[in-house]
Design a protein around this ligand. Structure first.
Ligand code: SR1
Ligand code: MG
Length: 390
């Protein structure tokens, strides 16, 4: 049954599913620029109305057929989109149809928006991005956790979202390979000394080991699992979170950490005078997250210990510390690991790119090692500045 779609067969599928009026004149382009999937943009040229058909490939596109990958991720993705839509419909694309045998999800066309990473690289700031992501993360985490939903149902949902193959990618590519001399890594020869220093850093490895353990074992809530700025469509007024194929029951701090890291990776690519909006986004995301999560906890939690003095503060503190540590791992892996980010890789001239990447490695390390002593998000800016001078 399964076959990768082509632009032609994607149109035929849209016609078969009657997703457009009978007299529509359809055009289709494959626009997937991510690491894993095919993405078809189909438009009715008569009225400009469009849809997206996303199809999982049985291997990781970024590497090729030598890296087989489960097709089950398409089901995880469509189910996660539907689950998240029940809590934050304004921040996720509508799903029109999904088909397990073809590994496809048919969803809302968001082409009036721009992938946040691309816009940030062009120098845009997306003023509402942090407010929206703070609210998105707070609500999706709270409502899928033991505090926001029936604890028996939560266990069933956790079972439904068991996602071992995709979790393994993160365990390897985020938490393991970049910290060892592994053949998935790649980086400029000029960075070799800096990278070797990292590989022999026992203090760092001990802390990464703890963060990996947290990722492996802590099933707080249904997390998106890959919340980088390439998984977000944005404009001045709107934000939509896409691509939750890595969704699973994971630690509260994971999505926040990945989002912070990718904001900071963009800050690393900018001149000093243009970085402030990124630091403000990090601080605002945390502020909105903590406020929204606390309101939900105080008004909606059915867990008897939610009222226990200081418990909420402890959970928030733990989430804050985790998020900073996860951000450090993500910064390091996007610099020297398998899947880089254009924010760093397109910096010109080459010497500036090397400086930014060295800065990224130092910043990532400091965030990981000092995460427990940091008290407020504005300390990130201090760490950023401190690590640029070394
Ligand atoms: C082989 S997949 C590489 C990366 O792409 C995805 O977006 C995830 O971030 C993954 O780690
Ligand atoms: Mg993705």
């Amino acid at each position: 049954m399964y076959e990768p779609l082509t632009e032609r067969s994607a149109i035929e599928l849209a016609e078969r599913l009657r997703l457009f009026p009978e007299d529509a004149s359809l055009s289709c382009r494959e626009i997937g620029d991510g690491n894993l999937n095919l993405v078809f943009h189909i438009v009715n040229t008569k009225d400009g109305h469009g849809i997206i058909i996303k199809q999982a490939l049985p291997y990781a596109k970024v590497v090729g057929e030598s890296w087989p990958l489960t097709l089950k991720r398409a089901i995880i993705e469509s189910q996660a989109l539907r689950t998240f839509a029940s809590y934050v419909p304004e921040y996720v694309p509508k799903v029109y149809y999904s088909d397990e045998s073809l590994s496809i999800t048919v969803m809302e066309d968001l082409s009036h928006l721009q992938i946040a990473r691309k816009g940030l690289i062009e120098g845009k700031t997306f003023p509402l991005l942090s407010e929206h992501i703070g609210e998105y993360v707070a609500k999706t985490l709270f409502y899928t956790s033991d505090f926001g939903m029936n604890q028996q149902q939560k266990k069933q949902l956790a079972q439904q979202f068991t996602n071992p193959e995709l979790c393994k990618i993160t365990e390897d590519l985020v938490f393991t390979d970049p910290f060892f001399d592994h053949d998935t890594n790649h980086f400029e020869t000029e960075l070799r000394q800096d990278v070797e220093k990292l590989w022999s850093d026992d203090v760092l490895k001990r802390e990464v080991a703890k963060l990996k353990r947290t990722f492996l074992t802590k099933g707080d809530a249904l997390v998106h699992g890959d919340l980088h700025t390439g998984s977000i469509f944005a404009s001045e007024t709107e934000t939509k979170v896409i691509d939750p194929e890595f969704a699973f029951y994971g630690p509260f701090g994971f999505d926040l950490g990945q989002f912070f890291a990718n904001l900071l990776l963009n800050a690393l690519s900018r001149n000093e005078q243009d970085r402030l909006p990124l630091f403000s986004h990090v601080e605002k995301t945390w502020e909105v997250f903590a406020r929204t999560f606390s309101e939900l906890w105080e008004t909606k939690s059915e867990e008897v210990y939610a009222k226990a003095d200081g418990f909420l503060e402890d959970v928030l503190r733990e989430t804050f510390t985790e998020a900073i540590g996860f951000a450090g791992c993500e910064i390091i892996r996007r610099t020297i690991g398998l899947a880089h980010v254009a924010d760093l890789d397109t910096i010109e001239p080459f010497q500036r790119r090397l400086d930014a990447k060295r800065h990224a490695l130092r910043l990532g390390r400091e965030l990981i090692v000092h995460r427990s002593t940091m008290k407020t998000m504005n300390e990130i800016k201090r760490f950023f500045e401190k690590t640029s001078l070394v």
